[in-house]
Structure formats: C-alpha cells, structure tokens
Design a protein around this ligand. Structure first.
Ligand SMILES: O=C(O)CCC(=O)C(=O)O
Ligand SMILES: [Fe+2]
Length: 347
C-alpha cells in the first residue's frame, strides 16, 4: 500500500495498484433497496444513481429493505456459536488446508489479510456453492468450485448456513442489477455472468481485544476485498472501520436490519477504477466476542474482467489487462493464505 500526500489529503493506493481512497467521507451512505423490487423502472434507476454515487465516492454503503429474513440470519449465528464453541481439535478436522477448494475451518492467527500483519485475530468457517468433485469445472481444476467441508456437529449447522448462503446469493443478484444500473448498462447485463458465481461466504468469530498492543495484530488487518462486492452482516458492537482519503478510519457500526456492501478490487478493475475498492479493517475492542458474515460475490470463473463498455473511452483507456475472474481471485488467495503455498492440488 502506498500513501502519497496531496493538496486535500492523502491518496492511498492499495495492494493491486488501485486508487482506493476517493473522498474524505465521514459517514457511509444508507441506500433503500426497496426501489429495486419496484415494477417502475424509474425507481430502480434511482437506486442505481445512489449506488453509483456511493461507489465512486466511498466504496461502501449500507442497504436496507434487502429481502433477507432476520430469522435466517439469527439461526445461522446461533448454530455458528455452537460450532465455534467446539474443541479446537474437532474444528481442525475440517481445517481449510484439507480442502483444495478453500473451504472449511481456519483457526485464530492463521490468516494474514494484510501482508504486514502478524496474523488476524479471528477464526473462520469458509464455504461456497456445494459443487460435487465430479463436476467438469472442478475436474478441470477451477479450484474455487468444489464440495464444502462440513463439521459433524452441531447437526443444525449445515442447513442453517446453507439457508443463509442462498439468501445472500439472492441479495447478490439484486445488487448486480443495481450495479448494472449504476454503470448505465442494461439492468440484466451481469445476470448471464453469474450463473455459477464465485460467491464465497465466511462466518467470522472475533475474540475481544481489550488493548491494541500492535496495529499488526488486530481482528482483520487493513485490506481491500478481492471480488466484485461484499455483502456483510455484522453481529456485535462496532468494530469495522473504513479508511477515507484524509487517512481517517471511519466507523461502520452495525445498523439494525441492514447489510454493509463494499466494492471489491475486481469491480474496481472491471469499472476501470470508476468505482473504488476501499481499505477497511476490524478491531474488536467491545470486550465481547463479535461475529460477522461476509459473502464475497464474483462472477462465473471464466468471466473475462476487462473494463466495461460504459467505463472506457478515448479519455479513459483500459487501465488493466484482461484476466479471468477465477484466476484473479485465486491469485489473491495465494497472497493471503500460507497454506495455499504448500498445497499440491493448487492450480
Ligand atoms: O468482519 C467484518 O466486519 C469485516 C470482514 C472483512 O472485512 C472481510 O472478511 O473481508
Ligand atoms: Fe474485507
């Protein structure tokens, strides 16, 4: 990450060379998604306008009226508490390093979201679409597709987590329509590209951190996300912080009945840097454990990410070479997860 002083603040460039901090925002906008369900196209377009403003200026926004049932979320958290309370040895039976498809359990401090940090203070359960090992894409070594690793206990965990996954993927479809409108594309532009999406969900548990001994060991070190956008539900006290262009960490507290949505690096590339993928981090100083559920939504593995038609012209030539979505995500996983360096199955 490079920090350059400018006339009105700092310009911070992220890991991927992206210009990630756009304005000195002091709060994160809240967008009502109810308009996306309206039969009136003008109302849907209005949502697109708000999404465009948020994505060009902040890179983060909240959504309300998102259509995800609070019961589905509550059940997923309840089962997750029971899962994380299991003995470490039991959780490690489904250690993520046993999966060639980046699924399973990741213990405390085994992940380094920021290459400068000394391990993240969270444990995680990772999953994505449950795709059998016999599927042609799995056989072809597209390592983001594959079967999930499920724990034996608690018995209600798998159905509750899969329900939650399906609900968040459905919200992702609505958001892709809103993103298309925001980018002045046909509303359905992205839909043929998300038939078998690289949509990866995590359940994160952050133990409390009374004192921050070192900025190098916090819940999640400063990073930007890799995919198109992230759908994040928070359970617990305020701990997520988002960096603005003045170098100030702005709190993104949980707001009841909302999700936080943020642009990821792939969408920044796809939009030729029109949308910004903003740095964020987590420090759980609440004195209590905190849970969150992010779903990182990318398109089908083979989708070629090169600047969208509405994001390039003579004044805005393409800034990035084309890359397949799945290859891009895997290359970013390789930077973050030590276990992937030693995996024989790695593609
Ligand atoms: O737990 C949170 O609030 C944020 C998690 C996050 O940034 C991530 O998993 O990429
Ligand atoms: Fe993140």
């Amino acid at each position: 990450m490079a920090v350059v002083q400018t006339g009105n603040g700092v310009r911070i460039t992220g890991d991927d060379g992206l210009d990630v901090q756009r304005t000195a925002f002091t709060e994160i906008p809240v967008i009502d998604l109810a308009g996306m369900m309206s039969p009136d196209e003008a109302e849907r377009r209005n949502v697109g306008v708000e999404v465009r403003k948020a994505c060009t200026e902040v890179g983060f926004f909240y959504v309300r009226n998102h259509g995800v049932s609070p019961d589905v979320l509550a059940r997923c958290y309840e089962e997750s508490r029971a899962f994380f309370a299991l003995p470490e040895t039991e959780k490690c039976l489904i250690h993520i390093k046993n999966s060639p498809n980046h699924r399973g359990y990741g213990p405390l401090l085994e992940e380094n979201t920021n290459p400068d940090s000394q391990g993240d203070l969270h444990e995680a359960f990772d999953l994505a679409g449950d795709i059998p090992a016999s599927d042609p894409d799995v056989m072809a070594g597209k390592a983001l597709y594959g079967p999930n690793l499920w724990p034996q206990q608690p018995p209600g965990f798998k159905p509750a987590v899969l329900d939650c996954y399906r609900s968040l993927v459905a919200l992702g479809h609505t958001l892709f329509r809103a993103f298309a409108l925001a980018l002045e594309l046909e509303e359905d532009y992205f839909l043929p590209l998300i038939r078998k999406p690289c949509a990866h969900m995590r359940i994160l548990r952050y133990p409390p951190q009374e004192v921050v001994v070192s900025e190098k060991q916090i819940g999640i070190g400063a990073h930007s996300d890799y995919e198109c956008f992230t759908i994040l539900n928070q359970n617990g006290d305020s701990a997520l912080q988002v960096l603005n262009a003045a170098g100030v960490w702005v709190e993104a507290p949980p707001i009841p009945d909302t999700f936080v949505i943020n642009v990821g690096d792939m969408m920044a590339r796809w939009t030729n840097d029109l949308f910004c993928s903003t740095l964020h981090r987590v420090i759980n100083r609440s004195g209590k454990e905190r849970y969150s559920i992010p779903l990182f939504f990318g398109p089908d593995y083979d989708t070629v990410i090169s600047p969208l038609p509405s994001c390039q012209d003579a004044d805005h030539p393409p800034l990035y070479p084309p890359i397949k979505a799945g290859d891009y995500i895997l290359s970013r996983f390789d930077e973050t997860y030590d276990y992937r360096q030693s995996q024989p199955e790695k593609v």
